[in-house]
Ligand binder design. Structure first.
Ligand code: ZN
Length: 220
């Protein structure tokens, strides 16, 4: 396999002759909606079906185990921790012929080349299962998830339970003052919120609300 096979910006590299195309599945929703749990469920079913699975997660997520995907409900699965897409490709490509299913957790923390990579994988006949947050804590689409949703064969959009009122929740509410997009956390730092209860800016830090977080668009 030539190392040039994975085009960083190849949006539609074309079907490789003689290879049955794979499939892109994207699992999305706010925090606490069970995305990692659903990813793990699908990967474990693939393993039961004797499919060879490689699973990746970004280095940012250090909340539980460094080498496993962990859902909030304590389901885990062995995963390879990589710092970026370049490292992911460097790890995966030497063993690509032995891998049938590629799982990626916390996909919102990878750069946009994940989109071209996913297309390349699917054209190599791989099943790609991606889990990631659909929106930021400001309620805006969390790149590269929008593009991944667009190219997917299947999209599973999960809702959480609003921690204020119990309604179905589509938003991730950040509690406290940090404006960094890449604050990886768990209960106590974030809450799932419904549209009615969602407050994109925290009330208690009025001055800081003028600061746009990294990645926020200019439209405000
Ligand atoms: Zn609510």
């Amino acid at each position: 396999m030539a190392s040039t096979a994975v085009g960083q910006h190849a949006i539609h590299p074309g079907i490789h002759p003689g290879i049955h195309p794979g499939r892109i599945e994207v699992i999305t929703g706010p925090m606490f909606s069970g995305k990692s749990e659903e990813l793990i469920r699908r990967l474990k079913r693939a393993q039961i079906a004797k499919r060879r699975v490689a699973c990746f997660k970004p280095d940012l997520d250090v909340r539980y185990h460094r080498t496993a995907i962990a859902s909030h409900s304590a389901q885990t699965l062995e995963a390879l921790t990589v710092t970026n897409m370049e490292e992911l490709k460097a790890v995966l490509m030497p063993m690509i012929d032995a891998v049938e299913v590629v799982g990626i957790d916390e996909a919102q923390f990878f750069d946009p080349s994940l989109v071209g990579f996913s297309n390349e994988m699917v054209h190599l006949g791989k099943r790609v299962i991606i889990a990631g947050l659909d929106t930021t804590f400001t309620g805006e689409p969390f790149a590269p998830m929008p593009d991944l949703l667009a190219i997917a064969d299947e999209v599973v959009k999960l809702s959480a339970v609003c921690m204020q009122c119990g309604a179905p929740a589509v938003h991730t509410q950040r509690l406290g003052s940090s404006q960094s997009l890449v604050l990886v956390g768990a209960a106590g730092v974030y809450e799932a919120r419904c549209r009615a209860c969602f407050r994109p800016w925290t009330d208690e830090h009025g001055a800081e609300q003028m600061e746009l977080p990294v990645g926020a668009s200019e439209q405000r």
